[in-house]
Design a protein around this ligand. Structure first.
Ligand code: F6R
Length: 363
């Protein structure tokens, strides 16, 4: 039941700290990641390449996963939309590992990717929120997100839980393969134990974000920009906005803006930018200056310690100081709240957006 909340989406946004705690529970001990009950070593030790396949929001979690697994575990990772993976000629190597990510465990394209891999003798690890789902049953190994049932069509807490699994997996693989400084791995594991509190603090921004949504709810279109780990977050923010508010939203890697879309920037065009990657902020701000000069209205989701770089931005939502590698976990939260209130101010059915279903099956 919805309890004190008007909609399931808002309730589930607020359940994220709890979903994160449950997903982490028992999986970090003394700074090391473990997945009790699962014998992973033989699956992972010789992995040559990882291929991630997923759809929609789960695909965006996979995009973060790719960046952190490559960085920490130093295993090459490809990522595919499951809906495309089905139709390409994958050049398999027996040591490949396929990871499918699916909240429902029933998405037909993701299931087809799993079956295709297994048909070729490739091991499949599934990350899903639903025990007993078809994907859970058919994969070789399963890691469950413990987000609890997600009722709203727009995925929020299941996404956060998927992100957490991506980090846990990257840390796990890194220590298994001795690919990264163990002291830093331990530090990251301990930081993960504190992200629930950081998400809690971002939820306190709700009123401010609601006011921004009220101010901007009549816009026709918004660009979402991000570089590095901010890019998948921009994609997820744009998807959330599209599906709940029906406002056209397009995500771009910040650097790509100059390769075409800049032509669309004119007086008053709203652009939402993610600024959470300390090392990339100067580069991104020089792009932002270009669009500001053409009249764009810039809304920044900006890490507190980087705000002096965002002085030219028209609106700012601040994120707590967090290790840039973990920033996607907190940066998505204001975007979810923004999408929720944009939908509300536009009079939409937030929990059941038109044309959409919770799991896309049977194709
Ligand atoms: C967006 C959303 C969808 C799903 C996608 C995959 O909010 O919910 O994009 O993420 O349909 O669903 P699962 O993860 O169940 O395979």
């Amino acid at each position: 039941e919805k309890g004190e909340f008007e909609h399931f989406m808002l309730k589930e946004i607020h359940e994220q700290p709890e979903a994160i705690r449950k997903t982490l529970a028992g999986r970090i001990k003394d700074g090391r990641v473990d997945f009790p009950d699962l014998e992973f070593d033989n699956v992972f030790k010789n992995t040559g390449k990882i291929i991630i396949a997923a759809c929609g929001t789960s695909y965006h979690a996979g995009m973060v996963g790719r960046l952190v697994i490559e960085k920490l575990a130093r295993i090459p990772v490809e990522i595919d939309l499951a809906s495309e993976f089905r139709y390409r000629e994958v050049l398999w190597n027996p040591n490949d590992l396929v990871i499918v990510i699916s909240q429902s465990g029933e998405t037909s394209d993701t299931l087809a990717a799993l079956r295709e891999a297994r048909h070729n003798g490739i091991k499949v690890l599934a990350i899903t929120n639903v025990p007993g789902s078809t994907i859970a049953q058919e994969a070789e190994r399963v890691i469950y997100t413990h987000a609890g049932p997600e009722i709203a069509i727009a995925s929020t807490k299941a996404y956060s839980a998927q992100l957490l699994i991506m980090y846990l997996l990257a840390l796990y693989l890194a220590s298994l393969r001795d690919s990264y400084n163990p002291v830093e791995l331990e530090g990251l594991a301990n930081e993960l134990l504190g992200v629930d509190a950081m998400v809690e603090s971002v939820l306190q921004e709700q009123q401010h974000i609601k006011e921004l949504a009220e101010k901007y709810h009549k816009v026709q279109s918004i660009f979402f920009l991000g570089r590095g780990l901010d890019y998948p977050v921009a994609m997820e923010g744009a998807l959330k906005l599209k599906e709940t508010s029906y406002v056209h939203a397009e995500a771009y890697a910040t650097g790509e803006l100059l390769h075409g879309p800049l032509a669309l920037i004119e007086q008053g065009v709203p652009v939402l930018t993610l600024i959470s990657q300390d090392k990339l902020v100067d580069k991104s701000m020089s792009n932002i200056k270009e669009i500001k000069a053409r009249g764009a209205v810039v809304l920044a989701i900006c890490k507190e310690n980087l705000q002096e770089h965002c002085q030219e931005c028209d609106e700012k939502i601040l994120l707590p100081r967090i290790n840039p590698m973990l920033a996607p976990i907190v940066a998505v939260v204001p975007l979810q709240i923004f999408a929720y209130y944009m939908a509300l101010f536009r009079g939409n059915d937030v929990d059941k957006p038109r044309n959409l279903v919770k799991s896309v099956m049977g194709d």
